[in-house]
Design a binder for this molecule. Structure first.
Ligand SMILES: CC(C)(COP(=O)(O)OP(=O)(O)OC[C@H]1O[C@@H](n2cnc3c(N)ncnc32)[C@H](O)[C@@H]1OP(=O)(O)O)[C@@H](O)C(=O)NCCC(=O)NCCS
Length: 155
């Protein structure tokens, strides 16, 4: 069951740890900015799932082009992985917002997870030499929507 992240009720350090896993190597104050600024923008949502008061997974998305969404962050606590939580987070947000499609960009480590969740993955040009990047899509977003989200995420 997903719940919208609420700083008054949820453990922000646990949420930040999971955001770090989703991002890689965030700058020190970037995570707080994500929580205070990015996820405060209309159409941007950060959800958590928990077990016995532990935050076990997070999923963040931009649905400003609803019914087409763009997945911004997804991570599951290492000791809760391979139990279907990541897949379920994606289907729960799609259901909650009645999304017809979800797209995102990711790296080699997670691309097979997205394939297993029904996404098609196409390799795209990477900014970093030797690093493979993929655009993963579930459903059929119009090209204009992909361009819109891509321009937001790649300034
Ligand atoms: C990627 C991640 C979110 C997957 O979460 P998870 O809860 O372990 O995934 P699930 O258990 O829901 O797995 C769903 C399917 O993907 C497969 N899968 C999961 N992780 C996988 C991986 N690393 N490589 C290949 N397949 C994987 C599972 O076997 C399962 O397949 P099935 O439905 O055919 O049985 C988790 O490993 C994670 O947090 N990784 C670090 C952060 C990250 O990379 N986030 C994505 C960046 S955009």
């Amino acid at each position: 069951m997903i719940e919208q992240y609420d700083r008054a009720r949820h453990n922000t350090d646990e949420v930040k740890n999971l955001l770090t896993m989703a991002i890689g190597y965030p700058a020190p104050d970037f995570l707080q900015k994500l929580l205070d600024v990015v996820y405060d923008i209309e159409g941007h949502h950060l959800f958590i799932t928990s077990n016995q008061n532990k935050v076990t997974g997070i999923i963040g998305l931009d649905i400003t082009a609803r019914p087409h969404g763009w997945l911004l962050h997804l991570a599951v606590r290492p000791d809760y992985r391979r139990q279907g939580i990541g897949k379920s987070l994606i289907s729960q947000v799609m259901e909650q917002f009645k999304l017809e499609s979800v797209a995102l960009e990711t790296d080699q480590n997670a691309v097979d997870f997205y394939r297993a969740c029904g996404f098609t993955a196409v390799e795209i040009t990477s900014k970093w030499p030797g690093v493979h990047r993929y655009r993963c899509i579930k459903g059929q977003p119009p090209k204009s929507v992909l361009k819109y989200y891509h321009n937001l995420t790649m300034p």
